[in-house]
Every structure is written in C-alpha cells, then in structure tokens.
Design a protein around this ligand. Sequence first.
Ligand SMILES: Cc1ncc(COP(=O)(O)O)c(C=O)c1O
Length: 257
Amino acid sequence: MTDKGPAVFRLKEHIQRLLKGAKTCFMKVPFSEEELIEATLKTVKENGIDAGYIRPIIYYGYGKMGLDPHGAPVNVSIACWPWGSYLGDSAVKVKTSSFVRLHPRSTHAEAKIDGHYVNSIFASIEAKQAGFNEAILLDYEGNIAEGPGENLFIVKDGKIFTPALGNVLPGITRDSVTQIARDQGLEVKEKVLTKQDMTSADEAFFTGTAAEVTVIGQIDEHVWKNAPGPITEKLKGLYLDAVHGKLPKYHKWLSVV
Ligand SMILES: Cc1ncc(COP(=O)(O)O)c(C=O)c1O
C-alpha cells in the first residue's frame, strides 16, 4: 500500500521475466506484455487487495497428453491474495540443504519454472523437519546458491556479496536491493560464495518478493549474535520504504492499481 493506494512493485520486470521464462519453455503466449500488466492490475483491483502477493502462471492447458507439449493450448492464470512477510520479521535459522540446486544443464535454471519448485519444496521440508525456518541450497559445485524461494547476500567488512547468476534465479528483489545499496554508496559484487565465506561474514540476508529482506541469524550451527547487522537493517528499511512508495527516487518501480 502506498499514499496513492495499492501499487504493484516492479510489475513490468516481473511480467518480462515471466514471458522470458515462457519462451524458454517453448510457449507461444497469446497475450502481450501490456495485456498481462493490465490484467494483473485489474485482478488486484477486482479482488480489493491492499497488500499481498500476486501469482501469474503460464501453463500448457488441456488437449494433449504425454511429454511433448506441441499443440497444447497455452493458458494464463493470475491469482492474488493478502500475504504478510513470508518468513516473518525475525532473524531466521537456515539449514544447508542436502538437496542440490538444479544443475544448469538439467534445466533452464535461470527461468522461474513451476517444475523447479519440487527441488525447493524438498529443501524446505527437510529444513523445517530439522527445526530450521528455511533452507540454503548449494549449487552442483558445492558453493552457496540461494534459498528455496530467495536470493542470498552476505556482508563482509562493509561490502556486500551475492552469488553470480547462472545457478540462481535472477531475482527482482535481488536487483532492487543491489540498486538501492549502490545508490547508498555501498559496494555490491557478484562472487562465488562458499559456506566458509558465509560463516565468516558479518551479516547475511535473503531477498525475495515474498521474503522481502529477511535477516539470517543462523546457518546450521553458526549463529550471528548481533543479527540484524547495520547494513541489513538499513537495506531492509529502504527496500520496504521503496515498496510502500515512500522514496520518490523509486516511484518508477511502482504501478498504482
Ligand atoms: C528460487 C528463487 N530464488 C529467488 C527468488 C527471489 O526472486 P524475486 O526477488 O524475483 O521474487 C525466488 C522468488 O520466488 C525464487 O523462487
């Protein structure tokens, strides 16, 4: 919610990523980017959502069985519902998952494809059953990739690092927080991150549309006693202010409903 009423954050970029993902899946989408943007805003308005989550999905519809989707209709659905912060407001405890993030040669790892989420679901279930709030998946080389539904950042000596694209989803919140941090004069770099880099970091946090900026307070047995650290706290505040239309610099990211 903003002063001007409900607004969707970075709608254009979300729809562009959705359409790019659909193309990756060889789908011919019967709607343009503008039509999908319009339909999303209308869905939010009709449902009277002030603050919540929107989930547009492009999928192969009825008409075809088997694993070759050629000839199946391509459908779109847009759902929305009120939803608070996915992982809550407190620092979360995360577990390194025994499930490896999908290999980029097994799938189009950079696309937001529903089938990928079986991997995320297994990692989440494992973490929850072990008493943690969330998982962290390593990539096939054993480096830090991301959460089941979040990108990950660490802060070390005032500098911010995040795993490079390739084995992670190109998160829109990842991009937003990177831009916000750089606008504050902070250095943000993409880097291969090991678990050792993470446990020796001063701060760590997740980003995601649902997770927003979530403070990480523990990974496995390693605890950050002073979480949230100052940089995480600052970025979390600025990100939420941007989402709620409080920072004119980032009004360009809002589509008022
Ligand atoms: C696997 C994965 N990584 C990262 C993210 C964060 O992406 P975004 O900031 O675009 O929501 C998501 C979001 O759903 C995700 O599913």
